[in-house]
Every structure is written in structure tokens, then in C-alpha cells.
Design a protein around this ligand. Structure first.
Ligand code: KG4
Ligand code: ZN
Length: 464
């Protein structure tokens, strides 16, 4: 089935076209990383606003990458003014995006940025409004041609930031309605777990980085190689069956059942996956997610946001035994994680050293502290993973989510888990993306048509 998928659970606005066998025709991402880096963390309100601004350009780009040429007359035409905007040149507020019965007016933007989700499945809260239901129903059935053969719309329903999720969910509902297509809600973690089955040909991934507010928008869409990471993570060779040059198909021999470790800024979950529709959560974080711990530690060390890539890089040059840091919950709570105490221990270590200024003056101390912190995180993650593999009698493991880009983790996991079929999806599929949502949707039933317009976003949606 050819699916157009949308993902907006946190701070990436993403759309992808995925078809049978999880073959990815396009994988397009607008990254808000630089917008949030000013604040050393994701600001939910800003994230929602950026999603609204870039949602339709991202969908358009995903269709263009997948099918080439101008995406017009398929019920999705943006004016040349919008094309400039979509290239990231000058996202001017208040501009109208009109096509296929979708309109984004400044009035709606203000409403949705103010996060007032209206009940009853109304297509409003994400800033998309169908001006006249009757008129648009007529368009949907008679005038709108879906000439790219899209057969369903998939969207991340949760978990995530509610304002961010709403933009994707309402956009997906609107597209499904106007194109008269089935709608498939997808659990975000399920997407990460099934990303391992994506076949991502070279040249199909695009990224655009939004500059921080007040800075000129000079960014353009950039193609990212399938096996390379999103900047600024640095060159990483994916481990598993992939090589940095070959088109990624890490899953040729991969099968169920397997253990999934999903680790990112928002979540850490250990999941037993018996089939796309049979998954069991074994454990998760009780407080901070590992990515969150990386980001907070980086902030304490004055290293900027996101923290993972820079701490990872410094850790590679440090001594991981220089600072004695705890391994939270290593021997208790079987598969659950806790990382907030580790962050506090790092803060204490900085104080004990004589403060941040002193630590940063030393040639090695900063690197040593990064290495010690990273070793503690990896130790806990791998220990719990090994325990779950053993007790659940599993011999396959997928590690996904933004923290799965971590070089130290990749190297150590490969050394420690030699008897396990271990796959790290390529970094471009580890961080949030819509290709994984399209891949998961291949296995999921669409909503009955009568329920599609009532679909709501679920910030705290548990793994079904
Ligand atoms: O999956 P993702 O893009 O977004 C969600 O949080 O859902 O993950 C982003 C997180 C950030 O916290 C970032 O610091 C972390 O992944 N991250 C890393 C690395 N690259 C990104 N953490 C550790 N090592 C890395 N190399
Ligand atoms: Zn994620």
C-alpha cells in the first residue's frame, strides 16, 4: 500500500511516502534544532508554531521527492510565494496556503499556536480549516485527483507534545478527508521499533534546518545520504548489516521476535516485539529519558543543545573512569530506567572539581566527565538490555531513537552483544522521521471512515 505518512510528535516536522515492503520513496524532515538550541531544550509553544509553518511545505516536498517534478493538480498546489517559503527562504507570517480545500490563515495560526484544541474532531486546531464542509466534500469526491496513487494517510497520534501532535493529526485528517483516503493512526514508539524494516534508497532523504528566530533564513533543502546522520552528529558508521555506502536495508535477514530498545530525548523503552501487532512493554524510564539526561548534562557543562552529539564526541577522548558516577537502578526494578540522579551526580562532580570554569580550564577534565557520564548511561542501558534478552530468550535486538546515534553505545553494544543479531537503523531513521510511521502503518488497520474525523492526538498514549 502506498502511504503518505506524517510525524510531528516533538520538534521535527516530517513527511514521507512509503510503499509495500516498507520501501521509502521519500523521507523529508524539517529540523527545529537550531530554533530550540537558543533555549537549551525544546520549547513546546515554539515547536507547535514551527510545525504549523512548515507542515504543508514538508508534505509537498515529500511528494516531490517521491514522484518528481511539480506536485500540482493532485489537490496539492502551493503558489510560487509558498515555494519560496517552503525552500526556507523567508517564512513570512500570515501567508495563506490554499489548495485542495486546505487553508492556513493567520487567524487560524494564532488560534492553534494558542493551543485550543476544539473537541469533536473539528478540523481546526492545527490551523487547517475547511472553509465550507459542503463545498469541500464536493471537491473531495469530484475535483481532487490523487494522481500519485497514495492509498492511505498515516500519522503519529502520540505520545508526544500535544500542541505538536495536533498539527500532524489535523493535517492528516484533512488530507484523508479531501483525498477520500483511509486514515491510519500510529504509535510513535511502534514507528521507532519497526523502522528497522525500512528500505531507504539513496537520495530520498531531505532535511531543512529552520534558523533561530530573528536570524535570516538562508537554509535550503539538503539531501542526506541514506547511511549518514543528520548534522551535526558527525560521521558515524552504522553497525549491523549496513555499511556507510550501501543503500540501507538492514533487515534482509531480520525477523520477529526481537527486543527493541528505543532511546531518545522523550522516551526510553524496552519492548518485546513478537509481530507488528504484538508488542509488550517490558520497562521504561521512571523520570528523565537518556537523551534528556544528555541534553541537561550538556547544559550544565555549557556545551549547547542538543547535548548528545557533543558529549558523545568529547567522551571519545576522555577517561571513563576518571569520575565515579552511579549506575541508577542497575540491580533493581528489572527493566526500568532512571537518569535524573545521574544528571545530579554530574552537577555534584562539577562542584567538587571547583566549578565549571575550573573544569573547562583543564585540558582533560571536561572530556573525562563526559566519558564517565556516557559510560554510566551505556552501562545501565546495556545491562538491562542483556537481562531482557536473556530472560525473554531473544537473540535479536534493535536499538532506535536519537540516542541510538551514539558512537560509544554502538561500539560497546557491538562488543558486548556478539551472539545477538544487533541492528542499529541508520541515524537518519533513528531520529524522529515519518518513514518509520509509514512503515508501521503498513501493518496497521485504517480507522473506519466514520471515525477518522474524530481522531484525537494523545500526548500520553501507551503502547497498544
Ligand atoms: O529521537 P530524537 O530525534 O527526538 C526525540 O527526543 O524524540 O532524539 C533526540 C535526542 C536528543 O536528546 C539528543 O541529545 C539525542 O537524541 N542524541 C544523542 C546523540 N545524538 C542525538 N544522544 C547521545 N549521543 C548521540 N550521538
Ligand atoms: Zn522519537
Amino acid at each position: 500500500m502506498r502511504i503518505l505518512a506524517i510525524e510531528t510528535s516533538c520538534d521535527e516536522t516530517a513527511a514521507a511516502v512509503v510503499e509495500d515492503d516498507c520501501r521509502v520513496l521519500s523521507n523529508v524532515i524539517v529540523s527545529q534544532m537550531r530554533v530550540h538550541s537558543v533555549y537549551s531544550g525544546v520549547v513546546p509553544e515554539l515547536a507547535s508554531r514551527c510545525h504549523i509553518e512548515y507542515m504543508l511545505p514538508v508534505v509537498r516536498e515529500a511528494l516531490e521527492v517521491a514522484f518528481g517534478g511539480e506536485v500540482r493538480s493532485a489537490g496539492f498546489s502551493l503558489s510560487s510565494h509558498e515555494k519560496v517559503r517552503s525552500a526556507g527562504l523567508s517564512p513570512s507570517p500570515g501567508g495563506e496556503i490554499r489548495s485542495a480545500g486546505l487553508s492556513l490563515s493567520s487567524h487560524e495560526k494564532v488560534r492553534s499556536a494558542g493551543l485550543s484544541p476544539s473537541p469533536g474532531g473539528e478540523i481546526r486546531s492545527a490551523g487547517l480549516s475547511l472553509s465550507s464542509p459542503g463545498e469541500n466534500r464536493a471537491k473531495a469526491s469530484t475535483r481532487i485527483e490523487n494522481r500519485y496513487g497514495i492509498e492511505a494517510i498515516a500519522v503519529t497520534r502520540g505520545p508526544g507534545l500535544i500542541g505538536s501532535l495536533l498539527v500532524g493529526v489535523e493535517t492528516a485528517k484533512t488530507l484523508a478527508w479531501t483525498w477520500n483516503l483511509p486514515l491510519i493512526p500510529v504509535h510513535h514508539t511502534m514507528g521507532h521499533l519497526l523502522s528497522v524494516f525500512c528500505e531507504l534508497p539513496e537520495g530520498q532523504s531531505r532535511i531543512l534546518e529552520i534558523p533561530p528566530e530573528g536570524q535570516p533564513a538562508s537554509a535550503q533543502w539538503e539531501t542526506i545520504p541514506a547511511a549518514s546522520p543528520i548534522r551535526p552528529i558527525g560521521p558515524i558508521c552504522p553497525i549491523g548489516l549496513t555499511s556507510p555506502t550501501a543503500p540501507t536495508r538492514p533487515t534482509a535477514a531480520f525477523d520477529y521476535p526481537y527486543l527493541g530498545l528505543v532511546i531518545s530525548g522523550g522516551h526510553s523503552s524496552l519492548v518485546r516485539v513478537d509481530s507488528p501487532l504484538r508488542m509488550r512493554l517490558l520497562g521504561s524510564t521512571l523520570d528523565d529519558a537518556p537523551g534528556e539526561a544528555y541534553d541537561k548534562v550538556a547544559k550544565c557543562l555549557g556545551l549547547g543543545y542538543p547535548g548528545g552529539p557533543v558529549v558523545d564526541r568529547l567522551a571519545a577522548e576522555g577517561d571513563s573512569e576518571a569520575f565515579a558516577l552511579p549506575r541508577p537502578l542497575l540491580h533493581t526494578r528489572e527493566y526500568d530506567f532512571s537518569f535524573s540522579g545521574l544528571k545530579t551526580a554530574v552537577v555534584r562532580a562539577i562542584q567538587d572539581f571547583g566549578g565549571l570554569a575550573r573544569l573547562r580550564e583543564s585540558e582533560t577534565a571536561l572530556k573525562d566527565l563526559c566519558a564517565s557520564f556516557q559510560a554510566a548511561v551505556i552501562d545501565v542501558l546495556l545491562k538491562k538490555t542483556e537481562r531482557a534478552l536473556k530472560r525473554e530468550r531473544l537473540r535479536r535486538l534493535v536499538v532506535a531513537g536519537g540516542v541510538a546515534c551514539n558512537r560509544g553505545l554502538r561500539a560497546k553494544a557491538a562488543r558486548r552483544l556478539q551472539s545477538v543479531h544487533l541492528v542499529f537503523p541508520p541515524p537518519v531513521l533513528c531520529t524522529d522521521n515519518a518513514a518509520m510511521i509509514g512503515a508501521a502503518a503498513q501493518y496497521l488497520p485504517p480507522l473506519p471512515r466514520s471515525e477518522a474525523l474524530a481522531l484525537d492526538a494523545r500526548a500520553g498514549w501507551e503502547l497498544p
